[in-house]
Design a protein around this ligand. Structure first.
Ligand SMILES: [Zn+2]
Ligand SMILES: [Zn+2]
Length: 273
């Protein structure tokens, strides 16, 4: 029996999700999920002023404290967009607020998002679209001040339509630099399942990259469905566990009050049927 965790879930406290916190909790109970993490969007990019204004910290925490009576293993987090570019706003926002975990993401590169076709069409060489994205990821992690790096190769989620030859080997230098920095800064690597339902048709990042991370000694791994819709909740998580088992990963990481807690991949006590 796996201890199933999903620590990348967006509720209606994110501007782009339809899922109510109460529904997420009841579905987690129904599916016997061991631990869930809500990761609400917090963006400072000017195209996203709405999101920054949208996230309602007080109400969100109030709601989470209420449902925790019903489901204890719940961590309250945010997914901050480009905090390294909005350091003053970001650090000021965090003052006096308590989160279990913070994720740091690159959703925008200047005025385009690396999940849109328009971003790729801007480049003469597709490799540059990828390299510039990786440079931004590197800058994000170098700034740090967050706990989890979600969808590390987000550029490939849609980019596969344009870059058929993507592989860890092809971008090894850029990716290795990022993985080393993650380990050095104790930031967890997320296995993001959203790529399974999009052009990439794979985990974000993929198996080779996860293996490179563990070969380097990285041992802080989280798993998330990055779900915004009811039919995406927990999607791909069991598949991710099978992959992690193949890679001989024994433990996953969740966060409480921004401290990592290790959860064994499997509940060894329960009998396997
Ligand atoms: Zn994201
Ligand atoms: Zn997300």
């Amino acid at each position: 029996m796996f201890h199933i965790i999903d620590t990348h879930i967006h509720s209606t406290f994110s501007w782009d999700s339809e899922m109510k916190v109460e529904d997420i909790v009841s579905m987690a109970k129904e599916k016997k999920i061991y631990h869930i993490g809500l990761a609400e969007h917090l963006d400072f990019h000017s195209n996203h002023k709405k999101s920054y204004m949208f996230f309602d910290y007080e109400n969100c925490m109030g709601k989470i404290n209420k449902v925790k009576n019903d489901f204890v293993n719940l961590s309250a987090g945010i997914e901050a967009g480009e905090p390294y570019l909005y350091i003053d706003e970001y650090e000021k926002y965090l003052e006096g607020k308590k989160f279990d975990f913070i994720m740091g993401s690159v959703h925008w590169i200047e005025d385009l998002s690396p999940v849109e076709d328009r971003y790729f069409l801007k480049f003469k060489k597709i490799e540059d679209a990828y390299k510039i994205y990786f440079e931004e990821e590197y800058k994000l992690i170098r700034y740090g001040n967050f706990d989890v790096a979600p969808h590390l190769t987000l550029v490939h989620r849609n980019g596969k339509k344009f870059e058929k030859e993507f592989s860890y080997q092809k971008y090894k230098k850029e990716i290795d630099d990022i993985l080393k920095l993650l380990i050095q800064k104790n930031i967890a690597l997320e296995i993001n399942c959203s790529g399974l339902r999009m052009a990439a048709e794979d985990f974000i990042p993929d198996k080779e990259i996860i293996k490179a991370y563990t070969d380097m000694g990285g041992n802080l791994i989280t798993v998330g469905s990055d779900s915004h819709r009811y039919n995406q909740l927990f999607f791909g998580i069991e598949k991710a566990y099978k992959l992690l088992e193949e890679l001989n990963v024994k433990e996953l990481t969740v966060f409480k009050e921004r401290k990592p807690i290790k959860i064994p991949l499997k509940d060894e006590k329960s009998a396997e049927i």
